[in-house]
Ligand binder design. Structure first.
Ligand code: HEC
Length: 141
């Protein structure tokens, strides 16, 4: 009863134009919505991947036979840190561009030829994957 009463109303409704436009926009948005959904799915799966990379990076950084970063750097969560290098804090703010951190890890002598920090990448102490995991970890500091 209300339906039949409403139907003619809709046709003569001054907002009909707006409604049609809305419907059109909506259908045009379907591919965009699909992309957004995909991106959303990726975004929700990323934190898990990033998290395991962060954990792996921390392990590598603290491992005395790998990164061995604690010998020279105080790092949150690490035991018996040395103080030859600066404490690694506020890294994400200091180095918003992760490539800078990758560069430091690959070869710190490029920034400071006299540094005592080992050129982890150049000397193959750490491979690209390991360096990237450590950088993920550093960005949480
Ligand atoms: C033998 C000592 C030593 C080791 C081991 C070492 N570093 Fe360093 N690092 C330094 C020193 C010293 C500096 C200060 C800058 C310089 O000398 O060029 C530095 C600087 C840095 C910086 C820049 C910090 C800032 O506040 O600008 C980062 C990031 C860094 N190191 C990360 C690491 C990571 C990650 C590891 C382990 C994979 C590591 N370092 C291992 C000595 C070391």
């Amino acid at each position: 009863m209300t339906q039949t009463g409403n139907a003619p109303l809709k046709i003569t409704d001054p907002t009909k134009h707006v409604l049609t436009k809305h419907v059109l926009t909506k259908s045009a948005l379907i591919p965009a919505a699909a992309v957004a959904l995909l991106v959303g799915m990726l975004a929700t799966s990323l934190p898990a991947a990033a998290q395991s990379s962060v954990a792996e990076g921390q392990k590598l950084a603290f491992d005395r036979s790998k990164g061995n970063c604690l010998t020279c750097h105080d790092i949150k969560g690490g035991n018996l840190p040395g103080s030859i290098g600066p404490a690694l804090t506020d890294i994400k703010r200091k180095y918003p561009d992760r490539n800078e951190l990758v560069a430091i890890l690959v070869d710190a002598t490029k920034r400071n030829p006299l540094t005592v920090m080992p050129p982890f990448g150049r000397n193959r102490i750490l491979n690209d994957k390991e360096i990237n995991a450590i950088v993920d970890f550093l960005q949480t500091l």
